[in-house]
Design a protein around this ligand. Structure first.
Ligand code: ZN
Length: 87
């Protein structure tokens, strides 16, 4: 089981328990729901507090080497909330 680290709390967890955010070759950042998207990836716990912490400390900017915008924050938040509903 591959283990990855959350960029916000730095806790290591099994890959499938984390959300992967990926930047593709064109520089477009999105949430990788398949876990197979090509590009530079960063992992995050599926909760809003880790997401907001990552945004505040700019951990995703560093991990993805790009500007992680407010729009992206909202998109990831939607994915997290959807996951919580489906649980
Ligand atoms: Zn975390």
């Amino acid at each position: 089981m591959p283990i990855r680290m959350c960029v916000a709390c730095r806790e290591a967890k099994p890959k499938r328990e984390l959300i992967r955010i990926v930047k593709n070759k064109e520089g477009v950042v999105s949430v990788d729901t398949t876990g197979k998207a090509q590009g530079r990836g960063a992992y995050l716990c599926p909760n809003v507090s880790c997401l907001e912490k990552a945004y505040k400390i700019k951990a995703l900017n560093r991990a993805l080497e790009c500007e992680f915008t407010q729009d992206m924050l909202q998109e990831v938040k939607r994915v997290i909330l959807r996951r919580e509903i489906e649980k």
